[in-house]
Design a protein around this ligand. Structure first.
Ligand code: PHE
Length: 345
């Protein structure tokens, strides 16, 4: 029996060392260690030995088993290493392009907010964010809208309590900015606003961006220049705008800004002679603007005799819809989370 063990040891060692691939090695493993392998059969023969001999021979067979097992593993490593060096088998081409992971993108509103922020930062405006839950003072009273004033009705407000509201416009940030006590002011407040409205051009939650510029000698000319710059940048040049007299309690004089409609090119009629469905008369309303009312400056502890300023507040989703080629005919689509819509951006 000992001779047999010796013979298998020598034979297996040389065979394994000469193996050239993992397939051959596997065959050797089966030949020696498989269920009917030579070493396995030796173990079965143990039973035929005397109880005295058994432990000694058994140990020899077990050692052989371990030896064969480990030399198969060693040889396997050698083969793998060699084939990698030769550029065969499992190799990696580091110059091959990788597998692309599915990639998302920004929501169109977020992208518009970033664009607006960037446009205004180029002319010195700092992006601010003011609270969504606001007190009556900042949302209304401090903006020259005393309690029970009918003008308040225009901001279809959500109330938490008589004094706490979900801010219905970003103008509530005007006084908060003035209270910082730093002049001049050039801020762009982009925040969520809430109103009890839902139709093709309104969502109960929307974003506004509010520009506020306060300094010495600020006039309507500065307001017009700023609007002109924004419209050229955001709508890529080809749109005209107009200031239409309006009334807000917190600006005097006040305007609404209209821009020419992209669908009918400001004509009000389409090429087929039909009235433009979107604007009807060639102009689209962008939002409000005006010169900051002296009472509001006073509420913000700024002397209206020394300083003046302008403000404008427009909807982010509104201006986004007016971009050339957007073709969004229902503002609510923007927040429906429908991937078929969102993936188009
Ligand atoms: N806050 C006004 C609105 O929500 C817009 C506005 C802002 C008007 C600033 C004038 C000045 O309609």
């Amino acid at each position: 029996m000992q001779d047999k063990i010796k013979k298998i040891r020598i034979q297996s060692a040389s065979e394994i060392n000469l193996a050239e691939n993992s397939k051959q090695l596997e065959n050797f493993r089966i030949k020696y260690l498989g269920r009917r392998g030579e070493v396995t059969l030796l173990l079965k023969d143990l039973a035929k030995l005397s109880p005295k001999q058994r432990p000694q021979i058994g140990k020899l067979i077990n050692d052989l088993k371990k030896e064969i097992d480990s030399s198969i593993k060693t040889r396997n490593e050698e083969i793998k290493l060699k084939s990698a060096e030769d550029g065969e088998g499992d190799w990696i081409d580091l110059t091959m392009p990788g597998v692309k992971l599915p990639e998302g993108h920004l929501h169109p509103t977020t992208a518009a907010i970033q664009e607006i922020t960037e446009i205004f930062s180029k002319i010195g405006y700092t992006r601010e964010r003011y609270p969504e839950v606001e007190t009556d003072w900042y949302a209304f009273e401090g903006l020259n809208m005393p309690k029970d004033h009918p003008a308040r009705d225009e901001w279809e407000t959500f109330f938490f309590s008589p004094k706490i509201v979900l801010t219905p416009h970003t103008s509530s940030g005007q006084l908060r900015e003035m209270e910082k006590g730093k002049l001049p002011i050039r801020m762009i407040n982009i925040s969520k606003c809430y109103r009890r409205q839902s139709d093709v051009s309104h969502t109960p939650m929307f974003y506004q961006f509010e520009g506020l510029h306060i300094d010495k000698n600020i006039s309507i000319a500065n307001l017009k220049g700023t609007i002109d710059y924004f419209i050229k940048e955001f709508f890529s040049g080809k749109r005209e705008f107009r200031l239409r007299p309006f009334h807000f309690r917190f600006t005097e004089p006040s305007f609404e800004i209209d821009i020419t409609c992209d669908i009918c090119q400001g004509k009000g009629v389409l090429e087929n002679g039909q009235k433009c469905r979107l604007c009807k008369e060639g102009w689209l309303e962008l939002g409000g603007a005006g010169m900051v009312h002296p009472n509001v400056l006073k509420a913000g502890k700024i002397d209206p005799k020394k300083y003046s300023g302008f403000a404008f507040g427009w909807g982010v989703e509104r201006v986004l819809m007016m971009k050339p080629g957007m073709n969004i005919d229902d503002i609510r689509m923007i927040y429906k989370n429908d991937l078929r819509f969102l993936e188009q951006f």
